[in-house]
Design a protein around this ligand. Structure first.
Ligand SMILES: [Zn+2]
Length: 78
C-alpha cells in the first residue's frame, strides 16, 4: 500500500510538472504517452506522430496524474 501511494504521488508530481510546462512535451498518437518534445520517436512504441497542442497535453497529464495507470508515461520525463 505504501509503495502504491508513493508511486501515485510520483505520478501526480510528474503530471503537475507537465501541466505547468505543457509546451515542453507532446503526446504520442500511437500509445498516448506523454514524452519530451525533443524526442524524434516515441520511446514506448516508436511512433512518430504526436499531438503538440499544449491544452491537450495539460489535460492528458491531469488525467494520467489523477487516475490509476492505464497508459504509460515515459520514464525519462525528469
Ligand atoms: Zn507511443
Amino acid at each position: 500500500m505504501t509503495h502504491e501511494n508513493s508511486h501515485l504521488r510520483e505520478r501526480a508530481q510528474k503530471a503537475a510538472l507537465i501541466v505547468a510546462n505543457p509546451q515542453a512535451f507532446k503526446i504520442c498518437e500511437g500509445c498516448d504517452s506523454i514524452v519530451k518534445k525533443h524526442v524524434a520517436t516515441c520511446p514506448n512504441c516508436h511512433g512518430y506522430r504526436f499531438e503538440c497542442d499544449p491544452a491537450v497535453i495539460a489535460e492528458q497529464a491531469t488525467v494520467l496524474g489523477s487516475r490509476e495507470q492505464r497508459s504509460v508515461v515515459a520514464q525519462d520525463l525528469l
